[in-house]
Design a protein around this ligand. Structure first.
Ligand SMILES: Cc1cc2nc3c(=O)[nH]c(=O)nc-3n(C[C@H](O)[C@H](O)[C@H](O)COP(=O)(O)OP(=O)(O)OC[C@H]3O[C@@H](n4cnc5c(N)ncnc54)[C@H](O)[C@@H]3O)c2cc1C
Length: 457
């Protein structure tokens, strides 16, 4: 429970209308997209300018009130659950695109802008902001930086880190810091934009970003490839990559996921296929034709049946099907646990096989989809938290998925961050020394441990 005097101080900063303390409002900010026990904050505040952000941080720092920054709350690792209560700061009113620069190819934006809105605005100017997490219709661009989010186009265009040129943020004492800038080459001092990437709300509070833009491709070709064997589909992924072809997108959906998407969205996906690959090549028309011919050959050699999207409408439908995978699976059972296992791309077939074996061994429903071209798979366990016996099997299965991922020299999280979800596994991937170093960084930057305490390390 927050002291009355402190609540009044917050109200003075952001106005009474942008401060919430009643139980129903607090409940809305007690959870995010990771199925963790909700924890109520004591107060939720929504600043509308940077000065207010600085003052909120100062208030939290002086009163040692934990501060959880929240964009859209779509993260899948519990990053915005306010574990120690305190203050949740919403960034959603910091929602202005400040400048789209067509000469120097960058956009300056506030952190609360929704990713899709930013992508649409730059597309109107004939440019492209490539990172496209499947959540882009709701996620904020600040959340994308704090999680270093990937997307469907990451295989060719990379993830958020490739586009972050500059950042402005507050430290925990309320100092306003500027890192990076508009030049494409800039090495003056430490890489502060790099520090903010994957910082999961623990090292500073970002307000403004400079993001790199690129010219959009001249043409695209989108294919849907059906397989009667998911291992063959996974082998196709490895073969395409080792043939030195770089599609913009190379996504996989297993049979269970295909059927579930089809059940809810009726997109005409092949429900009898054991797996499908969604492949898109883009670039100069002559180059994409050449890449298409090579990909076609590889798919056919592994018994893939190719269908080409004949119109933009058909193409959009296919991508919508992929983007709807997670939300469709979520409709089947009360609890959904989405994993983020990522392995070197040549090891996708081994990881796929391991997930199938683990699903059988623990008698669990696991739907798998993901960015196969990045080696980034999302085995998704459908369960019910109230079923104690099943949850024991779920935990054992997750442990085994992680063990296999590390055995294959992969990583526990390709894009969803650590938050609460992966913190117990982090040491097994990075080792004690690395955790100790991360703790020193955190302590140096946030000595009172007010920013998102209890997460990651
Ligand atoms: C259906 C669905 C599909 C998804 N698909 C993808 C995908 O394809 N790829 C992918 O990478 N992720 C995906 N995600 C995960 C999620 O959408 C991303 O992590 C996204 O970047 C989170 O953005 P957000 O605005 O919701 O951030 P939030 O969830 O609000 O916050 C995420 C983290 O960032 C911190 N943070 C937010 N804003 C700031 C700020 N201004 N300063 C400092 N810290 C801040 C928070 O404290 C928290 O730790 C998906 C999620 C869902 C629900």
């Amino acid at each position: 429970m927050i002291k009355k005097s402190l609540r009044k101080d917050f109200e003075k900063v952001v106005s009474k209308e942008r401060c919430w303390t009643n139980q129903e409002d607090l409940a809305a900010y007690s959870y995010d997209a990771y199925p963790e026990q909700p924890v109520l904050p004591d107060i939720v505040v929504q600043p509308t300018d940077y000065e207010q952000v600085g003052k909120i941080i100062e208030l939290c720092s002086k009163s040692k009130t934990p501060l959880t920054v929240r964009g859209a709350g779509t993260n899948l690792s519990g990053g915005t659950v306010p574990l120690s209560g305190g203050c949740v700061m919403l960034t959603t009113a910091l929602n202005k695109i400040i400048e789209i620069n067509k000469e120097d190819l960058y956009v300056i934006t506030q952190v609360g802008v929704v990713t899709q809105k930013l992508a649409d605005a730059v597309a109107k100017e004939g440019l492209m902001y490539p990172p496209d997490p499947a959540s882009l219709k709701v996620s904020t661009i600040g959340g994308n930086v704090a999680e270093n989010s990937g997307g469907l186009r990451a295989l060719k265009y990379g993830v958020t880190d490739r586009y972050l040129m500059g950042v402005k943020f507050f430290d925990t004492e309320g100092n306003y810091i500027k890192g990076g800038g508009k030049p494409v080459k800039l090495v003056t001092g430490f890489n502060l934009p790099g520090l903010m990437l994957s910082s999961e709300g623990m090292l500073g509070v970002m307000t403004e970003l400079i993001l790199k833009l690129v010219p959009p491709p001249q043409a695209k070709k989108t294919m849907l490839v059906y397989y009667d064997d998911i291992i063959k589909a996974s082998q196709t992924v490895s073969e395409i990559i080792s043939s030195k072809i770089l599609p913009a997108t190379l996504e996989i959906l297993d049979n269970f996921t295909i059927k579930t998407v089809e059940k809810f969205h009726k997109l005409g996906l092949p429900t009898d296929a054991d797996a499908i690959l969604l492949i898109e090549v883009d670039g100069h028309p002559a180059a994409i034709e050449d890449e298409y011919q090579k990909i076609q050959k590889i798919c056919k050699s592994l018994n893939g049946e190719i269908h080409i999207a004949k119109s933009d409408e058909e193409r959009d439908k296919l991508w919508q099907g992929r983007r709807d995978a997670l939300s469709s699976l979520a409709m089947l059972k009360p609890t959904l646990i989405l994993e983020d296992a990522t392995v070197p791309r040549s090891k996708v077939p081994q990881m796929m096989k391991a997930i199938q074996d683990i699903s059988k061994k623990y008698d669990l429903i696991i739907g798998t989809f993901g960015h196969a071209g990045d080696g980034n798979l999302h085995p998704t366990i459908l369960t019910d938290k109230r079923d104690k016996d099943e949850m024991k099997r779920v935990e054992a299965a997750i442990d085994e998925i992680f063990e296999k991922t590390l055995e294959l020299e992969g990583t526990l999280s390709g894009e969803h961050g650590v938050g609460i979800a992966k913190s117990k596994y982090l040491e097994s991937e990075v080792g004690k020394g690395t955790i100790a170093f991360m703790k020193k960084v955190k302590k140096g930057l946030d000595p009172k441990n007010i920013l998102n305490p209890g997460k990651v390390i």
